[in-house]
Ligand binder design. Sequence first.
Ligand code: FE2
Length: 234
Amino acid sequence: MIDIHCHILPGIDDGPADMTESIRMARIAAADGITTIVATPHLKDRIDTSEIIAAGVDELNRHLTDHKIPVRILRGADINVMLTTPKFRDYTINGTQYLLFEFPHTHMPGNAGHIIFNAMKEGLHPIITHPERNPSVIREPDIIIALRETGPLIQITAGSLMGHFGPESRECAMYLLKKGAVDFIATDAHSYDNRPPILSEGLRVAEKILGREHAYLLVEANPLAIIEGRQIPA
Ligand SMILES: [Fe+2]
């Protein structure tokens, strides 16, 4: 499986504090069947340059090789959609056209569609992260379905399907799955204990709704297409 949203770089955001914790997270991911992780530090209050992120990815990969942990780390970022300063193209997933956009946790901004449209006009392809945890979407999930029809892709969090973000997020995630409006399930992991990088449990829930083949697309073929810069198959 491939996890396109994971806070695994040490000491860069609210993810792991140090390399030891990052390595522990990678071990958990490997045991869960995850082979590739896109490292997606927050671009929000603090904006690290893409060079800092790339250096962090290289260093973590070196440690994983030394520890013989069969997981490879790729570059990415978790970009707050309200940011105007960074050059989005510097923060795409593995240097492709795809990038993660996160909405504020409090609401869905009225100009979200406009921001996404502008990014697409520049040749970028936004992936909206965990809309099922956004109060505006929980109230009215069809707004995100309508937005998806204009081009962006949708990632939900595995933990939402387990109820880790409350019953409303779980219900919203399941509704979006049933409507066929989910393109990826990712961990959005932040630690080895509270929010570990585990996809399989959420995948089991998705399998019950979508069937095994379709559910696996969301953690295998679709994310593989993203890291290779191709169109997703479903
Ligand atoms: Fe995140």
